[in-house]
Structure formats: structure tokens, C-alpha cells
Design a protein around this ligand. Structure first.
Ligand code: ZN
Length: 201
């Protein structure tokens, strides 16, 4: 199963997948780690892997604290491994007036094989942004929201790429008969998210 957690303040939504392995997607900003931890512990005491949809501070600055607690590595698109390691400008930590502490164990996503998840590359919000299919849900990070699309004015962002990524997601959403859009911020959406998105794009 998959559950939505977090979304405190400016922190991203967090999704917890409880399956053959327990996967935590975008644990959020470091300042809210205590709260997210409380929520996680109502479901499980074991996390096998953290996956970040992209390297932005509000999605991944709590990685290192949860790594210490659960002893789990963090996977991120190969293109963004170096940014997460360095906490450089691509992580936009400067927007929050913070420094990003990286987790110690970062694995390029191309090395991860999980038969219950499907990773889709959806560049645009950042060049290494990904979306994830789990059962009938599409986890979209900051690529697509219930009522809008991600910003493309941050480092490595690209509007045309974002547009193509959303069109690609729409195709997959219908082909695979998916039901839910699980975005990086705000409420859970459905197929109508593509209608709103195409009005903006
Ligand atoms: Zn972002």
C-alpha cells in the first residue's frame, strides 16, 4: 500500500510505500523530520530505501537524519547524484536560507531494481526529475500538481522539457489505467490534473 504523509509548511509531501520493501519517497525538509518520523512510526519501524523525485531542499534535506535512524540509502536520478552530494545551487537550499546536509549513502537510480515500482524520467522542473508508478498511482514530484505544473525557472529547469514530460505522463496514465496523481505538494489529484496542466502549458 501507499500512504501520503507530511506536507508541513514548505516541506514536500512524503509517500510511504509498504510492500516487499518499504520505500520512503521525498521525506521532506530537515526542519520537519520529527513530525514525519512520528507519522512513519505509526506504520513501520523499517525503511529500506529513500527515493528522491529530484534534489530540491524541500524534498530531501531530511534524508541524512532518516538515514541515521533507519540505516537506509538514498536513491536519486544519476544526473542529480552530484548535486545532492554537494548541496549546490541546483538543490535551491539558498531559497530557504539553509545548507543541505547530504546523506552518506547515495545510489544512482539506474542501479536500483524494484519490480513493484516503475521509474519514469520527467525532466523539466529539474533535469533529473522523475515520476514513479506504484499500482494505480502516479507519483509526480514537482512535475505535475492537482491544479498546476512545476516551476521551470530554477537551475536546470526547462519549460519545453516539462511540457513534453507531462504529455508523456498523460499517455502513460491512460495506457496503464492509473487513477491517482500523487504530487510533491498539495492534495492528491486524478486525471483532471492533465486538463488543468494543458491549460497552462
Ligand atoms: Zn522542486
Amino acid at each position: 500500500m501507499i500512504v501520503k504523509l507530511g506536507g508541513y509548511g514548505y516541506s514536500s509531501n512524503t509517500y510511504l510505500i509498504l510492500d516487499k520493501e518499504n520505500i520512503l519517497i521525498d521525506p521532506g525538509a530537515g526542519e520537519y523530520t520529527e513530525k514525519i518520523l512520528e507519522e512513519i512510526e505509526t506504520y513501520t519501524t523499517n525503511i529500506d530505501l529513500i527515493i528522491n523525485t529530484h534534489c530540491h531542499y524541500d524534498h530531501c534535506s531530511s534524508n541524512y537524519i532518516l538515514e541515521e535512524i533507519f540505516g537506509c540509502p538514498t536513491a536519486i536520478n544519476d544526473r542529480e547524484v552530484k548535486h545532492l552530494k554537494l548541496g549546490d545551487e541546483v538543490t535551491v537550499s539558498y531559497l530557504f536560507g539553509k545548507k543541505l546536509t547530504p546523506p552518506k549513502d547515495i545510489i544512482p537510480l539506474s542501479e536500483i531494481k524494484l519490480d513493484f515500482l516503475e521509474i519514469i524520467e520527467t525532466p523539466g522542473h529539474t533535469y533529473g526529475s522523475i515520476s514513479i508508478i506504484y499500482k494505480d498511482s502516479l507519483i509526480t514530484g514537482d512535475t505535475l500538481f492537482k491544479y498546476g505544473v512545476g516551476r521551470t525557472d530554477f537551475p536546470t529547469g526547462n519549460f519545453n522539457q516539462l511540457k513534453n514530460s507531462i504529455l508523456k505522463l498523460e499517455k502513460i496514465f491512460y495506457e496503464k489505467n492509473l487513477k491517482f496523481i500523487l504530487p510533491g505538494h498539495g492534495e492528491i489529484g486524478d486525471k483532471r490534473a492533465f486538463i488543468y496542466a494543458k491549460n497552462i502549458l
